[in-house]
Design a protein around this ligand. Structure first.
Ligand code: SF4
Length: 219
């Protein structure tokens, strides 16, 4: 089934949804937004990486910044921070670059490597879009972490790839129903840009109060 233009999800929605489905829904279904230090800094680093679609050639490598990608199969589109094309006779033929290349996506992140899988899944989705567009296999990519100034390799396993359509379907279901998921407190709540709107503490206190009242009534 194809998707209409207005049904396309943005690539950048995936890490948000993986981090917290409620945060994603507040932003994308309810259009709530509050910048905090983390998102402002994150955007600054991204803007640097996304400086339009810039191509640079270095020896056997072509580096493309801000490359627009899409998967019509999944109905997702967006931009990759950096895509490297490494000259390789076993790679895919790219007519505009007059040769065969191995394709390697790289996503820039502000901090150091972290526990959550949101960025790994974002990069996996970028690889899937590139594979769909270029009809090639992309076995790995890199997450570049600003704080340690280093790339960390990410292998696109079956397990990671199989989670993408499931996540996309879940998001579409929330969009269809217009339902915002309930608060589920997590480590990242303290630094969440929507903390004041979401009020996790308040909701948690409300549910605790409700629980105590019910127990007393049952009493
Ligand atoms: S405060 Fe916590 S539960 Fe609420 S949107 Fe942010 S991360 Fe999600």
């Amino acid at each position: 089934m194809g998707y209409a233009e207005e049904e396309y999800l943005m690539l950048s929605e995936i890490p948000r949804y993986v981090f917290c489905p409620r945060q994603w829904a507040l932003i994308h279904l309810e259009q709530q937004w509050q910048d905090n230090v983390l998102t402002i800094e994150g955007n600054a680093l991204h803007n640097k990486a996304h400086d339009a679609e810039i191509k640079e050639k270095r020896r056997n490598k072509i580096i493309v910044r801000g490359m627009h990608v899409a998967s019509s199969r999944l109905g997702v589109s967006g931009a990759c921070d950096v895509v490297e094309f490494h000259a390789d006779t076993a790679g895919v033929y790219i007519p505009s670059y007059h040769g065969r290349y191995r394709v390697v996506p790289i996503e820039y992140k502000r901090g150091r490597p972290q526990e959550g899988e949101e960025y790994v899944l974002q990069l996996t989705l970028q690889a899937i879009c590139l594979e769909d567009m270029l009809a090639t296999d992309i076995p790995f990519g890199y997450l570049y972490h600003g704080e340690i100034r280093r790339r960390v390799k990410v292998e696109f396993s079956y397990e990671l790839r199989n989670r993408i359509p499931v996540l996309v379907q879940e998001m579409r279901q929330y969009i269809r129903s217009g339902h915002t998921p309930r608060v589920k407190r997590r480590k990242g709540c303290a630094n969440c840009s929507l903390n004041n709107i979401c009020v996790p503490k308040l909701n948690w206190l409300r549910s605790a109060k409700h629980y105590l009242e019910r127990r007393l009534a049952e009493g």
